[in-house]
Design a protein around this ligand. Structure first.
Ligand SMILES: Nc1ncnc2c1ncn2[C@@H]1O[C@H](COP(=O)(O)OP(=O)(O)OP(=O)(O)O)[C@@H](O)[C@H]1O
Ligand SMILES: O=C(O)c1ccc[n+]([C@@H]2O[C@H](COP(=O)([O-])O)[C@@H](O)[C@H]2O)c1
Length: 208
């Protein structure tokens, strides 16, 4: 259909962004034929109320640096700029307003997030507004993952695709722990992000 574009939205805390996020987004872009992927760092994530998350501005800066060299990747500060807790339903409505009916939105998640989708604000309405694509993730794939996908499809008519792409064993938690323990984080995230972390003394005293 002429003028019809496919947009991926990669939402995350990105504390920090790493090659897992980037490799998954690029592979999904290729597999699904997305025109672009917009990375949306969370502002105040409601599900991490009790955790000590790095400032939104530092997380946004790291995402900007990480995606800079990919012409198909963009960054949106819409959640970082929003007052109060940030919810995906508001973000998807924001992109619907911008791109209108000419776009199909695909929200990209990892397998760990799939099991939490029914706890999200207005998730039933969200399922009517965008498709979901889940990347497999080591340690999160078992019988219950696939039965949850079937449940979401059957019960809520969710359009949710499991991406057939290689798994990447990298997490932000592991990166933060390595920094705290004085270990190397080389090859887990782009060098420009690594430099940003050390220049700004991030995660050295992380209590997560
Ligand atoms: N290695 C990975 N493979 C597939 N999906 C991933 C991977 N890392 C993160 N994701 C997905 O990216 C989104 C944002 O993740 P997030 O920024 O919380 O990273 P994380 O590595 O899971 O962080 P943390 O270890 O702090 O929980 C989530 O949907 C998550 O499932
Ligand atoms: O909208 C919600 O209620 C909601 C609840 C929990 C998580 N999310 C979104 O899920 C995405 C991944 O979150 P996280 O914690 O795995 O980085 C991120 O974009 C969050 O805003 C959204």
């Amino acid at each position: 259909m002429p003028g019809y574009i496919k947009i991926g939205i990669s939402g995350g805390t990105f504390d920090p962004i790493h090659y897992g996020h980037l490799i998954v987004a690029e592979n999904i872009r290729n597999t699904i034929g997305l025109d672009k992927v917009i990375f949306v760092p969370t502002g105040m994530p409601p599900h991490k109320k009790h955790k000590n998350v790095t400032s939104p501005i530092d997380r946004l800066n790291m995402v900007k640096k990480a995606v800079y060299t990919n012409p198909h990747f963009e960054v949106s500060s819409v959640e970082v700029e929003r007052e109060g807790y940030t919810y995906t339903i508001d973000t998807v409505k924001h992109f619907k307003r911008i791109y209108g009916e000419k776009a199909q939105l695909y929200f990209i998640t990892g397998a760990d997030v799939v099991k939490e989708l029914t706890t999200w604000k207005n998730f039933e309405e969200l399922f009517t507004m965008c498709k979901f694509i889940s990347a497999l993730r080591p340690d999160y794939i078992d019988e219950s993952f696939y039965s949850e996908i079937e449940h979401l499809k059957k019960q809520y008519n969710a359009d949710i695709i499991v991406a057939n792409i290689p798994m990447v064993q990298i997490s932000s938690t592991d990166i933060r722990n390595r920094i705290k323990e004085g270990k190397s984080i080389k090859y887990l995230l782009p060098e420009c992000v690594e430099e940003y972390i050390y220049r700004n003394n991030l995660y050295i005293k992380s209590d997560r």
